[in-house]
Design a protein around this ligand. Structure first.
Ligand SMILES: Nc1ncnc2c1ncn2[C@@H]1O[C@H](COP(=O)(O)OP(=O)(O)OP(=O)(O)O)[C@@H](O)[C@H]1O
Length: 217
């Protein structure tokens, strides 16, 4: 299987606070990888490092064969949901995605509509984001992360604020994306989501990523 993400002696610290220390790991494509760990352990920082939004203090990160650390670049082919994406309140969900899609111009309006349907926002696509509930905003965040059919998708707590039915819908969607060959990293505190979804699970602990024997140790 193809190696899509590789950490080479990755280290990260903020001033005196060590978050990661010399992590060397690689991840194969086409799987759902769970990232768990206590509050403040470093899950979001890990995603920011992979997305090129934070720079490693030491070591290197390779994404799809490109050394993003050496080239100081953002990875191609990566969809990202970290924290709450800054949507424009006065535009509809559809218009927000259209604006984002215009940056790379890879998908058309029809594909945006299909994505909105996939995340269960079909009825709300013409509603301004300022009238969206918390869960609806989360779904729009998931939509922007997956709409361009990126090879790697980072989802930081994607199920937060979603109702039970929507969680089930997302699980089916994420599994389908992995079957299509995409690699999905999911950070979550939800044991059931991790157990149901993930092929491999790592726990951030003691500045390391520790592979779990069971789906959730
Ligand atoms: N830009 C920054 N400057 C300084 N410290 C930071 C910065 N970003 C994150 N940190 C610190 O790094 C640590 C890890 O934060 P991170 O947000 O990755 O935790 P997390 O595992 O995602 O937590 P949670 O489960 O609460 O979402 C925290 O102690 C946080 O305060």
């Amino acid at each position: 299987m193809e190696e899509v993400v590789k950490f080479n002696q990755l280290g990260k610290k903020f001033k005196q606070q060590v978050i990661f220390n010399e992590i060397s790991l690689s991840f194969n494509g086409g799987q759902i990888i769970g990232i768990t760990g206590q509050n403040g352990s470093g899950k979001s920082v890990l995603f920011k490092l992979m997305a090129g939004l934070e720079r490693p203090s030491t070591g290197e990160i390779m994404i799809n064969g490109h050394n993003i650390t050496k080239t100081n670049s953002f990875p191609d082919n990566m969809g990202i949901l970290i924290e709450n994406p800054p949507f424009i309140d006065n535009l509809t969900g559809f218009e927000n995605l259209k604006l984002l899609a215009a940056i790379t111009n890879q998908i058309n309006n029809e594909q945006i509509k299909v994505t909105l349907k996939q995340v269960g926002l079909d009825d709300a696509r013409y509603k301004k984001v300022k009238y969206y509930s918390l869960g609806m905003k989360k779904k729009l965040g998931i939509a922007q992360a997956i709409m361009e059919h990126q090879k790697i998708i980072l989802l930081d707590e994607p199920m937060n604020a979603l109702d039970e039915e929507s969680v089930l819908l997302m699980r089916i969607l994420f599994k389908k994306l992995a079957e299509q060959g995409k690699t999905i990293f999911i950070a979550s505190h939800n044991k059931e989501d991790i157990q149901q979804l993930c092929h491999t699970v790592y726990r951030v602990k003691n500045n390391q990523l520790i592979k779990q024997k069971k789906a959730y140790d």
